[in-house]
Write a protein of this length. Structure first.
Length: 392
């Protein structure tokens, strides 16, 4: 095979191999999920909640999804469980991505949804609270000073730091419900206090409430001072299916909210093309661009020999070209009459020059034409006629 034909082929193969390796690298990176915030349902490491999402999706009759749009656009109702996991304790008053998200959360419960609010935990394997606080600080950078009442005041509860240890703790069941385990591991130093009488304490640790439930409107709200039991790490080492079933409730639609973790849906060009089914149009434009590049680079006609330069005529400027045309078209003896006739035509029926001056210029031209052609002075006659027409 010719080397000139082999080189593009090798370049194309190398480009395909590079793109394949790059795609595999992105697949491995996204599969681990460590690019997402802790407690995200897209993380597959110990601090994520992807295992719970995948397990629920395998259950018959359940619809599991992720919310990446603002909570005010989310449509909920009876039979829906909305999970907000990984909320920083210092943001208990405003768990959403925006202070205005408190109203949609409360309204979702009133409409019949089960809203589960789980506060962050300190993983036994990975220390991530510093990362969580950094993410939350970035999310709250645009908060306005004129904010609505905090969720703690609306729901009548307080999150306080009062437990002795954050790890290796155990929470005891407070309700006589045999479907709930009597004891569950609890890895958070935070507890719920100042609870309204409408709250029902579910679990306590060191005589302090760590999980509670409250009927709100047509739905309910669940507070968890730690989301550890819903994490990938807990499902691997300390699975509690009974408690998870109680948390989810009898809903058939499960929504993992990601907006409060800083993940939002911002579709780019590719997302808009998929949304409006414009893949065919994009492919057509790409083919047109490829054909244009091909037409520009590749010669379809055989090369022709350069023209012989012996008979070439050198170009001239505009002034030289005009003079050449005048010399070929108008004789010198007729130059002044032609110019005067063209001027009269350009003036039209209502010239701006007085008729007397036009008559004087015509008399001067007639005197010039009575002379012999060799005795005529076109330049001097032109100047005298121009002076007559310009004089006032």
């Amino acid at each position: 095979m010719n080397r000139r034909r082999l080189t593009p082929f090798l370049a194309a193969v190398a480009a395909l191999l590079f793109l394949g390796a790059l795609n595999r690298l992105f697949e491995l990176r996204f599969a681990a999920g460590d690019i997402y915030p802790p407690s995200s349902s897209r993380r597959a490491d110990p601090v994520g909640s992807r295992a719970l999402r995948d397990a629920l999706a395998l259950q018959p009759g359940l619809s599991v999804s992720q919310n990446l749009e603002p909570l005010r656009r989310l449509r909920t109702g009876p039979g829906t469980t909305l999970l907000l996991l990984g909320i920083a304790p210092e943001n208990a008053g405003f768990p959403g991505a925006d202070p205005g998200d408190n109203a949609p959360l409360v309204q979702a419960a009133r409409d019949g949804a089960r809203v589960v609010i789980g506060f962050e935990h300190e993983s036994a394997q990975l220390a991530t609270n510093a990362i969580r606080r950094g993410i939350r600080s970035l999310n709250q950078a645009g908060f306005s000073t004129n904010v609505p009442p905090p969720l703690t005041a609306t729901l009548d509860f307080t999150l306080e730091h009062g437990l002795q240890s954050a790890t290796n703790g155990t929470a005891e069941r407070l309700v006589p419900d045999p479907s709930l385990p009597a004891e569950v591991p609890w890895t958070s130093p935070w507890n719920l206090s100042n609870l309204h009488s409408g709250w029902r304490a579910i679990y306590s640790r060191e005589l302090r409430v760590v999980a509670a439930e409250r009927a709100f409107g047509m739905g309910s709200i669940v507070l968890l001072s730690s989301d550890y039991l819903l994490s990938n790490e807990a499902l691997r080492h300390d699975p509690q299916p009974g408690l998870i079933s109680w948390i989810i409730g009898s809903s058939t639609r499960i929504i993992f909210d990601e907006t409060h973790l800083g993940l939002t849906l911002e579709p780019g060009m590719a997302g808009l093309l998929r949304k409006y089914h414009l893949g065919g149009a994009a492919l057509g434009l790409f083919l047109l661009a490829a054909l244009h590049v091909w037409r520009t680079v590749v010669r379809f006609n055989p090369p022709t020999a350069p023209p012989d330069s012996d008979g070439a005529v050198s170009g001239r400027g505009s002034s030289a070209g005009l003079l050449s045309i005048l010399r070929r078209s108008v004789p010198v003896a007729d130059l002044i009459p032609v110019c005067f006739a063209e001027w009269r035509t350009a003036q039209g029926r209502h010239p701006r020059v007085a008729p007397r001056r036009i008559a004087d210029a015509q008399d001067l031209l007639n005197l010039e034409l009575e002379k012999h052609p060799r005795d005529r002075t076109p330049v001097e006659t032109y100047r005298r006629i121009a002076h007559i027409l310009r004089s006032r």
